[in-house]
Design a protein around this ligand. Structure first.
Ligand SMILES: Cc1cc2nc3c(=O)[nH]c(=O)nc-3n(C[C@H](O)[C@H](O)[C@H](O)COP(=O)(O)OP(=O)(O)OC[C@H]3O[C@@H](n4cnc5c(N)ncnc54)[C@H](O)[C@@H]3O)c2cc1C
Length: 387
């Protein structure tokens, strides 16, 4: 029986496994994933305003393990010539070093946050919070709910990074919490962006109007190159003081990708529809770690996974193909200027089936869009994790 190893039990990895099963592939499918649980990304920013709770966005792998083998471990090396994957166990019952052999390898490990290019990052790592992992959201939340006055600096690195609107969401949700607490006038909020516009560009004009109403200062085209104890410095030498820093580090694929010669920042693929590595027919990429010319978000991650699974089914001579194209709809949280902990969102989308890609948006923020995003996120979790 063929062996398929999938690295990463997130949106893309589990979508590959599900599609291979739906396609009738008779294979031993193993998902190796870092943690015994998964935290969904999209609504993490709402933990700041208490509109989301961790229990609604955490999933275990026990239902998934009824259908495929799940190994909890961190992959640290891939040898494409020998078709081997090495991992170190992250779960007591699977503890220690392990190795898996494969006929097909699908790499879907998502991104890592890499601050190593920023001077002073290691020394001041404790000052860096953001909405990108549950621990750090909780730190950021604690700071925002307890500080009495000061400057909040929010930072977005150069695109592509995971979830384009997350930095603006962070700035506007912090604004809402401070308003709710009645202390907004004691704070300055500055959004520093390494890009020429806040991301995604399709809603940058609306965000700019909301920022103006909220009194959030925005500085574009400024890459943070240094972090000090209470200041950051940008490439052009501008210095900004901070009391609270919500900085997103540049994103990249985990280091083992580069060490295996599979890509430098992202995993190389032949094309968005053919996600095989250019040098290896049996190594495919999916999700945020894949080097695709699209934004890094859940819809694109899912769609790339279906393309990757379709390719394996094709190579195995099976006729089933999941229906898929690259297009997405998204919802960006834009806070609440009245200080109610009831978040408004903007709806936007991009359709990559036309050239140039077709953007769409509703410039009117709505609380209904926040609810729609929640339903969408829960639907994905139910489909992939079985509950
Ligand atoms: C704060 C935040 C807000 C977001 N907002 C939105 C949004 O509004 N809309 C939207 O569409 N998307 C949003 N996203 C992005 C969305 O969550 C990702 O694009 C999507 O999860 C990518 O899927 P993936 O499978 O590539 O990565 P993930 O879902 O992250 O899955 C990767 C899995 O691989 C595991 N892994 C990592 N390294 C290893 C390793 N070395 N060995 C084994 N396993 C490993 C990880 O633990 C994880 O379980 C947001 C993300 C975050 C964090």
């Amino acid at each position: 029986m063929k062996r398929v190893v999938i690295v990463g039990g997130g949106i893309a990895g589990l979508a590959v496994a599900k599609t291979l099963i739906e396609g009738g592939l008779k294979a031993e499918i193993t998902v190796v994933t870092q943690n015994p649980h998964y935290f969904a990304g999209p609504s993490r920013p709402l933990l700041l305003t208490n509109e989301q709770s961790l229990d609604r966005i955490v999933r275990g792998y026990e239902e998934v393990a009824q259908k495929v083998k799940v190994v909890v471990g961190t992959v640290y090396a891939v040898n494409p010539a020998e078709r081997k994957v090495k991992y170190v166990g992250g779960y007591t019952s699977h503890g220690g070093i392990g190795e898996l052999s494969y006929d097909y390898l699908v790499l879907a490990p998502g991104i890592v946050l890499d601050g190593s290019g920023i001077t002073g990052y290691a020394e001041n790592r404790g000052n860096v919070a953001n909405v990108y992992d549950p621990g750090r959201v909780s730190v950021l939340k604690n700071r925002v709910w307890n500080a009495e006055k000061g400057t909040v600096v929010v930072y977005a690195p150069k695109a592509p990074y995971r979830c384009a609107p997350a930095p603006t969401e962070t700035a506007l949700l912090i604004d809402a919490v401070l308003r709710h607490r009645g202390v907004r006038d004691k704070f300055k909020i500055i959004h520093i962006d390494a890009n020429d516009k806040t991301q995604p560009p399709v809603i940058a004009d609306v965000v700019s109007q909301i920022y103006a109403k909220a009194g959030i200062e925005v500085v574009t085209n400024q890459e943070i190159v240094e972090i000090g104890k209470n200041y950051v410095v940008t490439k052009s030498g501008e210095k900004y003081q901070y009391d609270i820093l919500a900085l997103l580090e540049p994103n990249r694929a985990p280091k083992f990708v580069e060490e295996a010669g599979l890509g430098k920042t992202w995993i190389e693929v032949r094309s968005p529809q053919d996600l095989r590595h250019p040098k290896f027919d049996d190594v495919l990429a999916a999700g945020d770690a894949a080097g695709l010319p699209f934004p890094k978000n859940q819809e694109i991650a899912f769609e790339s996974a279906l393309f990757a699974a379709n390719k394996i089914l094709e190579m195995e001579g099976l006729t089933y193909r999941a229906s898929v194209q690259y297009a997405f709809l998204g919802w960006a949280y834009v806070g609440n200027l009245e200080g109610r902990l009831e978040t408004y969102s903007l709806m936007f989308g991009l359709d990559f089936t036309t050239q140039p890609p077709k953007p769409q948006k509703d410039p009117q923020p709505k609380t209904d869009y926040t609810k729609a995003k929640d339903r969408w996120e829960q639907t994905y979790l139910r489909q992939l994790f079985g509950y």
